[in-house]
Structure formats: structure tokens, C-alpha cells
Ligand binder design. Structure first.
Ligand SMILES: C[S@@+](CC[C@H](N)C(=O)[O-])C[C@H]1O[C@@H](n2cnc3c(N)ncnc32)[C@H](O)[C@@H]1O
Length: 336
């Protein structure tokens, strides 16, 4: 059933749908963006392109972050969150393999059946697919290397608007056959005011808050104890922007909400302040993607004159392509 029909059914039965449910349905329903079968989703010929799909140098830089902390690990368990095509893990596997580091297991948290099938066809390694982060089992002699690229920005969020000292939920409904946005009373208003008490809000400010993201972060927190290294890169911010960060992309082009319902990718700016707070005990390190490449690109690629390497470095670390250098940020932390 088309996404639009499903959205209409929900609106007809309960009057409106939350932004979070609308996006969850659009991204992950059977006919949703991430499950639709097509030739290519993340690539030059797909809908958008990501750092690992541009160059393996991105994955090599994450490896350098890891080996700076664990210079001689005996066995490494790789865990990627939202691997998409699986390219990043392929690059990381190749790089660590060349350093004679043993990869004991590869685990993926991937929700999309399309990507799962693609990965099984494309990667020749034995992959342990997880349904939940908490299902991960780690052996005592393994170091867990956990990483993600543009995973957290694909997690949907609710949106609220501040008005007369309270938050109201932004929801979608239909009036006279047209989709429209409405503001509804929410019992969460006091909780939100308390949760973001260090901020002051004025009428019209928008707050994005995702219970789904919080659950993922708490699940991660419960498995990360010792002998791990975590690194994640995403499009996002350190201070609440108090406006909508929703990005809607189809065929490499930004589109507007309700322009189109099928085969559209929705993502949100990631709240790095929240991630930092949840993992505060590990003293997270925060930097832009530009700094990540500057600080961690392995030596052998630093002084290259090879044209394609130079071009890839430039795309990852400057603002020439989707502001990749400055709007993409990296957070990393570990415990030994
Ligand atoms: C924007 S894509 C990035 C893919 C890949 N990391 C890359 O950089 O090319 C987001 C990925 O996260 C996966 N994903 C999003 N939400 C997820 C969730 N809740 N659980 C598991 N995977 C999820 C998607 O299926 C997709 O593979």
C-alpha cells in the first residue's frame, strides 16, 4: 500500500499523525524509503551520497582514531550502526587487516531489509545482524570497535512548538483534502521544559525531541563498559537550534514536506549535546569532520599528490559539498 494511503488512513482514524510517526512510516514501512527495492539508494546514482561512498579515506581515518588508543589489539569485534551498503566496514576491515589486526567478528545493526539483502550479496564476510543493540554478545578477549556514519540523523523525532509558556506537538492532518500542520496539546510539555531547563524558549521556537534516539543511546550505554572505542559522524549541532532541522531529499534534490510521499529520505540534525551528556562519564571528544580528517588521516595519505586522493580529502573537509567539512561532526570516546 502506498505511504500516502497509509498516512491518510491514520489521519482518518485518529485525526492526525505525529511528525515522528509520519517519518518512521515514510522511511521504514515495507514500502518506505529504506526498504524499497531499487538499483541504488546511497551512491552517485542513488538519492544521496555519504562520506564512505565518496572515499575509503574516511574509514581509514576512523581506524587511526581507534589505533591511536588501541595500538596493538589482539582481537577486534567490529560493530557498525546503520551500515547502508556496508562500504565503511569493508574499508575498515581492509585497513585493519593490512595492519595485521585480527577481526574476530563483524556485527551490524541494520533495520532496512533492502540493505541487509545487499550486504549479504556484496560482502563475503560472515555478518552477525542484530535486531537490538542489547543483543550484542562480546567475548572477554575482544576489543569492541563501534562506529557509524549518518546513522543517528536517520532516527525520527517529534517536533514541538513553544507558545505561551508551553510546548505543543506539531502534527499532520488534512483539511479540505490538503495536508496541513496543526499544534496539539501535549502532556509532555512539563517534561520537555524540565529536560531542556538550561534553555529559554520564546513563542514560535521549535524543539525536536526523539524518545527513539534516547532509547538507542541508553541501550548503547548499557553495553559499553570497558575495552571499547566508539566513533560516530553525523550532520548535527551542539546547541539547540530552536528551529526545524528536518531535511527532505529525493534524487539528490531537497524537496518540501508533502511535495511527494514515495521514495523520499527524511533526516534530522543530530543533537550532539545530548549524546555528550549521555556518555559524559567517558569524556567524549567532539570535532568537525574537517578536524577528523586533519587529525586522523593516516600519515601515508597526508602528503599525497595523487589527484583522486586530494579531491576526496577536499570534499570531506571543506564546504564545497553539502557543507561536509563543518556541518558534519564526529564524537568519539572509549574506556580501556
Ligand atoms: C543515511 S543512511 C547511512 C548509511 C551508511 N552508514 C552510509 O554512511 O552510507 C542511514 C542508515 O541507518 C539505517 N538505520 C536508520 N535507522 C535505523 C534504526 N533505527 N535501526 C537500524 N538501522 C537504522 C538505515 O537503514 C541506513 O542504512
Amino acid at each position: 500500500m502506498p505511504i500516502k494511503t497509509k498516512v491518510d488512513k491514520i489521519i482518518k482514524s485518529i485525526g492526525s499523525i505525529s511528525i515522528q510517526d509520519f517519518i518512521e512510516l515514510s522511511n521504514f514501512d515495507n514500502e518506505g524509503f529504506y526498504n524499497l527495492n531499487e538499483k541504488s539508494k546511497i551512491s552517485k546514482n542513488g538519492h544521496f551520497i555519504t562520506s564512505p561512498e565518496i572515499t575509503p579515506l574516511y574509514g581509514y581515518s576512523l581506524c587511526k582514531q581507534f589505533t591511536d588508543v588501541y595500538s596493538n589489539p589482539s582481537k577486534v569485534h567490529l560493530l557498525e550502526l546503520g551500515p547502508g551498503n556496508g562500504t565503511l566496514t569493508k574499508d575498515i576491515f581492509n585497513y585493519l587487516n593490512k595492519q595485521n589486526i585480527t577481526i574476530s567478528r563483524i556485527s551490524f545493526l541494520e533495520k532496512s531489509s533492502y540493505f541487509k539483502e545487499n550486504i549479504k550479496k556484496k560482502l563475503s564476510y560472515d555478518i552477525n545482524f542484530l535486531d537490538h543493540i542489547k543483543d550484542l554478545s562480546i567475548n572477554n578477549d575482544e576489543i569492541l570497535f563501534i562506529y557509524s556514519n549518518e546513522f543517528f540523523d536517520a532516527i525520527s523525532s517529534k517536533q514541538y512548538v513553544f507558545s505561551d509558556k508551553n510546548f505543543y506537538e506539531i502534527r499532520i492532518t488534512k483539511k479540505n483534502g490538503e495536508y496541513t500542520i496543526i499544534y496539539e496539546y501535549t502532556a509532555l510539555s512539563d517534561y520537555l521544559k524540565n529536560f531542556y531547563s538550561e534553555y529559554s524558549f520564546k513563542n514560535g521556537d521549535i524543539l525536536e525531541h526523539s524518545g527513539i534516539l534516547l532509547n538507542y543511546l541508553e541501550d548503547l550505554n548499557s553495553i559499553l563498559k570497558k575495552n571499547f572505542f566508539f566513533t560516530a559522524t553525523d550532520y548535527g549541532y551542539q546547541k539547540l537550534p530552536k528551529k526545524s532541522t528536518l531535511r527532505i531529499i529525493s534524487n539528490h534534490q531537497p524537496i518540501k514536506l508533502f511535495d511527494k510521499f514515495e521514495n523520499v529520505d527524511y533526516s534530522f540534525g543530530v543533537n550532539f549535546e545530548l549524546i555528550k551528556k549521555v556518555f559524559n562519564k567517558f569524556n567524549p571528544n567532539f570535532m568537525s569532520q574537517k578536524e577528523l580528517i586533519k587529525n586522523f588521516l593516516p600519515e601515508e595519505f597526508k602528503n599525497t599528490t595523487e589527484e583522486s586522493t586530494l579531491k576526496a580529502k577536499k570534499i570531506l573537509s571543506t564546504d564545497i559539498f553539502f557543507d561536509m567539512g563543518s556541518s558534519f561532526n564526529n564524537i568519539s570516546f572509549f574506556s580501556k
